[in-house]
Design a protein around this ligand. Structure first.
Ligand SMILES: NC(=O)C1=CN([C@@H]2O[C@H](COP(=O)(O)OP(=O)(O)OC[C@H]3O[C@@H](n4cnc5c(N)ncnc54)[C@H](O)[C@@H]3O)[C@@H](O)[C@H]2O)C=CC1
Ligand SMILES: N[C@@H](CC=O)C(=O)O
Ligand code: NA
Length: 427
């Protein structure tokens, strides 16, 4: 039996899938007995279809894909949560299996999508939505289910990891590094999703939902991006023996799920500190397996299409063999999200302040008042226009107290010259 595919979206990832199919379709048949055929392709860009040689099966209307009774599997590679939601939900309602790379959709409407798949008795597969080409969803849904997962933590956004690496290793400006990442096809259509941390928030919401059997949506993830990270912060971190990474973190605690995305200082000896460029790495801790780490390219046409096509072939194998979906929604529990105010960690805080007597003393009083103990204070950079940069590192402190310190220092008379830069420190 030939399993018929309909593809919606012919951009970076969709184009990568067409290329894999063209180059390896015969291998899939020969090695695995899996026979797949692309019968319909839809996007807003006919020129992309022409470039990939699929203009004869091209349409600009996704309904042509959903209404085609021959199509068994719909591959959604548009992105976003509007039209993509109609495509994914419409395909499931039309009785088709769905493969998607869409983290925003799964992290926002995951409950709806999983329910529709369950009602239709169809598969929904989304391996490419987290970590690009790295197998992580499938291992967590299959190989690791004998564990109670306690932590999932990692670098899950290739664009920002690429940018931070280029800024620290080659001195590129933030804007130049972003432009390069976009040119390489790593960035989302709207790169604010990458640099403001929302892409990583969607990914950790998906991973936390699977890890802790409790639905986490991206709106529930405390999210900070890398916009405020300067080369001065990166240099200061390096001088202290640290690097700065945009980390996505999810821990199971006695209070519930601690889930957040923010720039984090990691010791240079940490396993995640060596993950550079577009590479992602996800560290998973289970009660039986102990520590595991998954590493690979998190973005780009090849890696993402590799994960999409892996899902497609697995679904096609099930269709050919008449096997029902093995694992559907696993969110059986309703754990609370731990408030960010309750977080306890160490903090790096850089203040740009007026260079005059009394400033340090006034600031020290505020730290003491809120019981935030300071580990070190260093003055950095050149004195410019009567301002200096003061870099504080605290001992372990409570997030709420640190926020109170920042708010009170902002109110001190004629001290701050810019927004402070705050980076949490992980040891
Ligand atoms: N670029 C990457 O490295 C990765 C992307 N992803 C995800 O894959 C998905 C696709 O991303 P890219 O290929 O990078 O996006 P892209 O922007 O390169 O391509 C989007 C495609 O969707 C089509 N499209 C947009 N609106 C449409 C509509 N209303 N009807 C029909 N077609 C429409 C466009 O014409 C284009 O062909 C997104 O969900 C993204 O988050 C996942 C992993 C890696
Ligand atoms: N924009 C994302 C790509 C896919 O998820 C990233 O940079 O990691
Ligand atoms: Na993946």
């Amino acid at each position: 039996m030939t399993v018929k595919l309909g593809l919606v979206g012919t951009g970076t990832v969709g184009g990568g899938c067409i290329d894999i199919l063209r180059n390896h379709r015969d291998d899939f048949k020969r090695h695995y007995g899996i026979d797949v055929e692309l019968v319909r392709v839809c996007s807003r860009n006919p020129e992309q279809a022409i470039a990939h040689g699929v203009e004869d099966i091209f349409t600009q209307d996704f309904q042509d894909v959903l209404n085609d009774p021959d199509i068994d599997v719909v591959i959604e590679l548009i992105g976003g949560t509007t039209v993509a939601r109609d495509v994914v939900c419409g395909a499931l309602r039309a009785g088709k299996h769905v493969v998607t790379a869409n983290k925003a959709l799964m992290a926002t409407y995951g409950e709806e999508v999983m329910r529709l798949a369950d009602e239709a008795g169809k598969e929904i597969a989304f391996e490419a939505s987290v970590g690009g080409g790295i197998p992580i969803i499938d291992p967590m849904k299959h190989s690791l289910i004998a564990n109670r997962i306690d932590s999932v933590m990692g670098i899950v956004n290739g664009t920002t990891n690429y940018m931070l690496t280029r800024m620290v290793e080659d001195g590129l400006s933030y804007d130049a590094a972003l432009k390069e990442a976009q040119e390489k096809g790593f960035a989302e259509a709207d790169p604010t999703a990458d640099v403001d941390g929302f892409d990583a928030a969607a990914k950790i919401a998906i991973l936390a939902s699977i890890a802790f059997n409790s639905r986490v949506t991206m709106g529930e993830v405390h999210t900070e991006g890398i916009r405020n990270i300067t080369t001065m912060d990166l240099d200061a971190a390096r001088d202290m023996g640290y690097c700065v990474k945009l980390l996505a973190i999810a821990h199971r605690t006695d209070e519930g799920v601690d889930v957040r995305v923010h720039p984090t200082m990691l010791p240079l000896s940490h396993q995640l500190a060596t993950v550079n460029g577009v590479f992602n790495a996800i560290y998973v801790v289970g009660d039986a397996v102990g520590e595991t780490m998954f590493f690979g390219e998190g973005a780009g046409a090849g890696p993402a299409a590799s994960a999409v096509m892996g899902d497609v072939l697995e679904v096609a194998r099930h269709v050919q063999q008449g096997i029902a979906p093995i694992v559907g929604c696993t969110c059986t529990d309703e754990l609370p999200i731990v408030p960010m105010d309750d977080l306890k960690t160490k903090y790096y805080i850089r203040f740009k302040v007026a260079d005059r007597s009394g400033v340090l003393a006034a600031m020290a009083g505020v730290f003491a008042k809120h019981n935030v103990s300071v580990y070190s204070v260093v003055q950095r950079g050149k004195k410019e226009g009567g301002t200096v940069d003061l870099v504080y590192v605290t001992h372990t402190a409570c997030e709420k107290s640190v926020r109170d310190v920042l708010a009170e220092i902002a109110e001190l008379d004629d001290i701050l010259r810019d927004e402070p830069s705050l980076i949490r420190v992980e040891d």
